[in-house]
Design a protein around this ligand. Structure first.
Ligand code: PGA
Length: 254
């Protein structure tokens, strides 16, 4: 039997609250009918509660796009992991390059976020990846290793817990320029060997799932399907449009 694919739909700030609800009402029966595909929807914080009502008891999972690293307190504008848990989130994206870039999120902050997420038994989706300059300077391997080292510093987790790592080269995000399968393959091998070094006592295949993200859409997704090293995709732009998302999922299921 074919391995189940994980598809994370990161809607970013693309759909308003009303648009998000319309979207899920329109396509939830299609999503529920998909076999061998685990769908994780990551809407904006404000839409989580009502999206959860729509997908409850269905096979669709909920994730948040971010979280704060403290339990509670005077942190205006931030959202706690406890709230996310109460809303039904089983996943949280951490360290997305848009947050690292636009909001100056550091590896140290990301590390604290992963710690709090795991302590609440939620699965972190850690995004890592190099920018174009780094790739051109042959620094991809170093950047990936360093990010894993810093982001996962002193992080231990139970054998029944999991971390998802999304390889997201920054030059491929939202640009329409996807990485080649060779580039993804190479990067994932580097990621897995660094994880094996960091967690010598863990079964890496079981404890980590590895995804690719960066301009994945209905036109290029098939080229990645034979890539055994990845477990699925983190889809941004193409997931925020239901017509494109359905087309993309149809390519995966076939
Ligand atoms: P994209 O975004 O699919 O629009 O490139 C991917 C991501 O931001 O995770």
């Amino acid at each position: 039997m074919k391995k189940e694919k994980i598809i994370i739909a990161n809607w970013k700030m693309n759909l308003s609250y009303k648009e998000s609800l319309r979207y899920i009402k329109d396509i939830k029966s299609f999503l529920v009918g998909l076999k061998n595909i685990k769908i994780i929807l990551c809407p904006a914080f404000v839409s989580l509660a009502d999206i959860q009502k729509e997908i409850k008891l269905k096979k669709i999972e909920l994730g948040a796009q971010d979280v704060f690293w403290m339990e509670e307190g005077a942190y205006t504008g931030e959202v706690s992991v406890q709230s996310l848990k109460e809303l039904g989130c089983k996943y949280v994206i951490v360290g997305h390059s848009e947050r690292r870039g636009f909001l100056n999120e550091t590896d140290a902050m990301i590390n604290k976020k992963i710690q709090i997420v795991l302590s609440h038994n939620i699965i972190p989706i850690l995004c890592i990846g190099e920018n174009l300059e780094q790739r051109n300077d042959n620094l991809t391997a170093k950047i990936l290793r360093d990010q894993l080292l810093e982001d996962l510093k002193i992080i231990d987790f139970k054998n029944n817990q999991q971390i998802i790592i999304a390889y997201e080269p920054i030059w491929a995000i939202g640009t329409g320029h996807e990485a080649t399968t060779d580039q993804v393959n190479e990067a994932v091998i580097i990621i897995k060997s660094q994880l094996a070094k960091l967690y010598p006592n863990k079964d890496i295949e079981k404890s980590f799932k590895i995804l690719y993200g960066g301009s994945v859409d209905e036109n290029n997704v098939e080229s990645f399907l034979d890539l055994d090293v990845i477990d699925g995709f983190l889809v941004g732009g193409a997931s925020a449009n239901k017509v494109h998302f359905i087309k993309l999922l149809n390519k995966i299921k076939n």
